[in-house]
Write a protein that binds this ligand. Structure first.
Ligand SMILES: Nc1ncnc2c1ncn2[C@@H]1O[C@H](COP(=O)(O)OP(=O)(O)OP(=O)(O)O)[C@@H](O)[C@H]1O
Ligand SMILES: [Mg+2]
Length: 351
C-alpha cells in the first residue's frame, strides 16, 4: 500500500508559508552532554538516539551574531518602522556580496526575529502573513516572479491567468494578510541587461508599490550587474540602501579579533565528549587560510568535522580531522599548498 505523508511530515521549503512558519517556530537548543559514567550506563538504543540528536544539532550548529547579521538586523528593523506609515516611496535594503558570505542567513534571520517578536507582542494577527520569502528563478519573467509569491502563499492559480491577473491576486492577498516584510533572494538571477530581466526588475518595483511592506533583496555581487545603472537603476539606487557583505579579513588586530570571536563562538557551541576547548581558537589562522575567511566554508568545515567526530567515536576536532574535510572547490583552490597536498593524496589513493 502506498504511504501518503501526513502534512506535518512533509519538509516544506522555506519559500512556502508552511516552511517559513516552521523556520520561525524552530528554536535550536543544544543537547545535554552526559558525563562519562552516565554515558556508559546508557542502553544501546538510547545511545543511538542520543547520538542522533547530537548529529542533528551539529549539522546546523548556531547562528553567530556577525557584523553582517547585526547590520542587516539593525537597518532592517529601522526601515520596517519608518515604512509603516509611508504610503509610497518606501525604502528598502539590498544585501550584496560574494557567495557564501551569509546574505541569506542575515535576511532570513531578520524576517524570523521580526515575526517572532511581533507574534509574541500580539502586534501580528494569528492568521496574518507578516513575512514573505521568495527566490528569483533563473531568467525570471515578471509573471514568474508573481507566481513565486503565489507559491509562497499557497494560492492556486489557473494557468490561463495573465501576468496582470496573477500580480493583482498576489498583491490583494498580501495586503489582506498584513504582509510587512518581503524578502527576495537570489537577485543575481535577474539579468537586467536583457529585456526580460529589466521587466522583472520593474515588476519588483511595482510589487513594492502595491504591497505596503519593506522590501529586502539579496544576491551575489548585484551592484555589478547594472541593477543600479541607467534610469531604472537610478530609481532603485535612490530607494534602496546597499549593505555589502564580504569574507572576514585577517590583517589588522580588529580583524583578527572579529575572526577569532566567530571561531570561538562556533567552538563553544560544540557538544562533543572529548573536544579540548580552545583547540579551534588556537587554529584560527589555519582556519582562515583554509576558508579564505568565508563564513559558509568555516561553518561547513566545523560542522563536518563535528559530525565525523561523533561518527568515528573520537568526539573531538583536531587539526588532523579538519585536514580530512574536503571543502567547496572555490575555498580549496584559494589554498594552494593544501590543493597540492590534496592532489598528492588523491593520486596515492588512485594509484
Ligand atoms: N551568522 C552566521 N552564523 C553561523 N553560520 C552562518 C552565519 N552566516 C552564514 N552562516 C553559514 O554559512 C553558510 C552560507 O551562508 P548563506 O547561505 O547565508 O550565504 P549566502 O551569502 O547567502 O550564500 P550564496 O551567495 O551562495 O547564496 C550557511 O551554511 C550558514 O549556515
Ligand atoms: Mg544565499
Amino acid at each position: 500500500m502506498t504511504h501518503f505523508l501526513e502534512p506535518e511530515e512533509v519538509d516544506y521549503p522555506l519559500t512556502t508559508k508552511e516552511g517559513w512558519a516552521a523556520f520561525v517556530a524552530e528554536t535550536i537548543a543544544p543537547p545535554v552532554v552526559l558525563p562519562p559514567a552516565a554515558l556508559q550506563r546508557l542502553p544501546e538504543s538510547e545511545r543511538a538516539e542520543y547520538d542522533q540528536a547530537r548529529e542533528d544539532y551539529h549539522s546546523q550548529l548556531v547562528i553567530v551574531s556577525t557584523p553582517t547579521i547585526r547590520h542587516v538586523a539593525a537597518t532592517g528593523r529601522k526601515r520596517i518602522l519608518l515604512n509603516r506609515h509611508q504610503h509610497s516611496a518606501r525604502r528598502g535594503l539590498i544585501v550584496s556580496g560574494p557567495a557564501g558570505t551569509g546574505k541569506t542567513t542575515a535576511i532570513t534571520q531578520l524576517g524570523k526575529n521580526y515575526e517572532q517578536l511581533g507574534r509574541r507582542r500580539g502586534e501580528i494577527q494569528p492568521k496574518s502573513l507578516p513575512v514573505v520569502y521568495v527566490t528569483v528563478p533563473p531568467a525570471a519573467t515578471p509573471k514568474m516572479l508573481a507566481i513565486e509569491f503565489a507559491r509562497f502563499i499557497g494560492l492556486p492559480l489557473p494557468s490561463r491567468y495573465s501576468q496582470v491577473e496573477v500580480t493583482n491576486k498576489v498583491c490583494d492577498l498580501l495586503c489582506t494578510l498584513g504582509c510587512r516584510l518581503v524578502l527576495i533572494d537570489e537577485l543575481h538571477n535577474l539579468d537586467i541587461g536583457t529585456r526580460v530581466g529589466a521587466e522583472a526588475s520593474d515588476q519588483i518595483k511595482y510589487l513594492s508599490e502595491r504591497i505596503p511592506a519593506t522590501f529586502v533583496l539579496a544576491g551575489v555581487d548585484v551592484e555589478g550587474t547594472g541593477l543600479f545603472a541607467g534610469r531604472r537603476g537610478g530609481q532603485i539606487a535612490s530607494r534602496y540602501s546597499l549593505i555589502p557583505t564580504s569574507p572576514f579579513r585577517h590583517t589588522t588586530a580588529d580583524q583578527h579579533g572579529a575572526w577569532q570571536s566567530l571561531v570561538a563562538t562556533l567552538e563553544e557551541s560544540l557538544r562533543l565528549h572529548a573536544h579540548r576547548p580552545g583547540t579551534l581558537l588556537k587554529l584560527s589562522s589555519y582556519l582562515h587560510d583554509r576558508t579564505s575567511g568565508m563564513i559558509g566554508s568555516l561553518s561547513h568545515l566545523v560542522r563536518e568535522a563535528a559530525l565525523d567526530a561523533i561518527l568515528d567515536g573520537s568526539e573531538r576536532i583536531t587539526k588532523a580531522s579538519l585536514e580530512r574535510v574536503d571543502l567547496d572547490e572555490s575555498a580549496e583552490q584559494q589554498n594552494l599548498p593544501r590543493a597540492r597536498r590534496r592532489r598528492t593524496r588523491n593520486e596515492k589513493r588512485t594509484a
